[in-house]
Design a protein around this ligand. Sequence first.
Ligand code: ADP
Ligand code: MG
Length: 688
Amino acid sequence: MELTDLKGIGQTTAEKLLALGLSEVIDLLFHLPLRYEDKTRLTPIDELVGFRYAQVEGEIVKSYVTQGRRPILVCEIDDGSACMQLKFFNFYYSQKIKMRAGLRIRAYGEVRDGMYGMEIIHPEFSLGAKQPALAKSLTPIYPKSEGISQKLLQKAAAQAIQMLQDGAFELDELLPADWLAAQAMPTLVEALQFVHSPPPDADVLQLINHTHPAQQRLKLEEILAHFLAMHQARTAIQQLNAPRLIMAPGQAQGVMSLLPFELTGAQQRVVQEIHQDMALNHPMQRLVQGDVGSGKTVVAALAMQAALVHGKQAVMMAPTEILAEQHLLTLSEYFPDREVVFLAGKVKGQARAEVLAAIAGTAEVIIGTHALFQADVQYRDLALVIIDEQHRFGVHQRLLLKQKGQASEDNTEQLMPHNLIMTATPIPRTLAQIAYANLDVSVIDELPPNRKTINTLLLDNQKMPQLAERIKQACAGGEQAYWVCTLIEESEHLRAKAAQDTFAELQEWFPDLQVGLIHGRLKGDEKQAVMDRFKANQIQLLVATTVIEVGVDVPNASLMVIDNAERLGLSQLHQLRGRVGRGNRQSHCVLMYQAPLSENAQVRLSTMRETNDGFQIAQQDLKLRGPGEILGTRQKGSMEFRFSNPEQDAALFQQAKGMAADLLACNPQACEQLIQRWQKQAQLLAKV
Ligand code: ADP
Ligand code: MG
């Protein structure tokens, strides 16, 4: 059914609705109300105490405009039980004239216990002796967008529900009936009817908190579909063949003997889990999570070794060029006798042709950025793909699919590579189980020994002179420092310019120091040159934009200053701070801020001061920002939830996980339909 089949919806409105993610009548049913208004009853004024929202009706006693800095229109009403005030801060004088004493008025709004008794600020109201009939059901309030009125959405949804009741279209019940009965959950149709037009006796509080059984039922179905889709993706890959890469005892030694350290217990365990996966004849699908500095790179190298000892190729993809180059350096050290090549966007022309030839030929360790997965990159014998993921989730899913396409196009016999995903940001365990339900998860939950915890302090940016003194002393003692500018300029160009200004300013503050500058506008090799000089301690103070956020490893750097730290989110701050504390010196991180701080910024900065534990920080981040932000709601594809919230609905997620397994076993067809129903919703949402 087309939206234009509904009364009151023409082509223009239909287009606006499309912007809300609604393309058909059925989609209206899945566009759920955010909250409800109870206009089914009138509350006597003397019973208002304890209500948050209420509808009242009475006679206007008087209305007047207060004198003061900001005039307020006050309308006093009496309903026989008591008097109260309706107040308007923005009003037209004509409005005052209309609110004549003696007229009846009905008003709905948020009730407050004011200075002169109960009051409602800016109520919705209707004037006149003859008031409309009371609503028969609670009034749903929908999430809306530009140019679409609440009334329009309400009318459209009401028509859609009516059509569903009249059987104008079908909506299959996909959850097993016995199961619904056992859980005392409503059917899909009942649930949709309920949430779009709840009867007057519905539990408003439950509805507002989204904990009503009807809402829970819809969420459960959505979550179930998510797990089913993840499962489907996983099974599809599992059915493919992969080379069995068994490591003989001692074969890891090649890498190990070059390490200046012993692996931590956690690293050993994770490496073992990876090697076990790679010894199987279907592709590994494993995620490695570890806090900043927990030593993921060496774990990656040991995974690569399993491919290399079998004469096969291993690839490592990083989210940025800087990070890829960093991996190139480290891995070249770990594999001095192997052919290591590098491919990124900046590798062009003849150089690129040579790298491509090597990848199709003798190269063994291949490192780079997204460029590694362009169509014209042909591998000789790729057995392992490692993706070092940035903050964003879901990148890996697209890549896995891409590889799948590659294999089936030319040769179905081809063996698929094993997959290892490493996250640069710790994710709360609960969230990881949801976002990565299709992966096995290993956690490096131990830091290398003798790491000194980074000492974090907050500093008002008025106190620059003290800080400057401190930096001078530190650098005189052979230490190195980062100075991170958190620029909020619109364009990369303006950000670069602002970083340039800071750089000039800091050169004035520190005439005796070598000050360097790195930002996103520098060319790849210019960036590299700066990083090389910093590594070689030819630069003592490195002014940087957040380009250094992920993965940069200069152990001698022990001081990190983050300018206007209040602008950054927790995970970004944690990543930045992780650039220091990598050597044996006591490291410090100074979070400079511009007072006054918002409440949220205060929580962020004090969390940073109180803990160095990435998982704890991630948990706090989840609380402050919500899972949507963390998982990147706008990211197309993997983690779109229309109604559910991984934090709030943890119990449902748990329940759905178990159900997914049962349903797959007993009704694969329903599973398929569920995935399709909700994928469509997710895709529509992703377009918004
Ligand atoms: P991340 O997990 O953030 O990617 P890295 O792999 O960059 O961490 O490792 C951080 C630093 O710790 C590197 O300098 C690395 O050489 C060192 N390192 C890794 N594992 C150990 C270990 N077991 N003992 C001592 N140092 C280690
Ligand atoms: Mg790393």
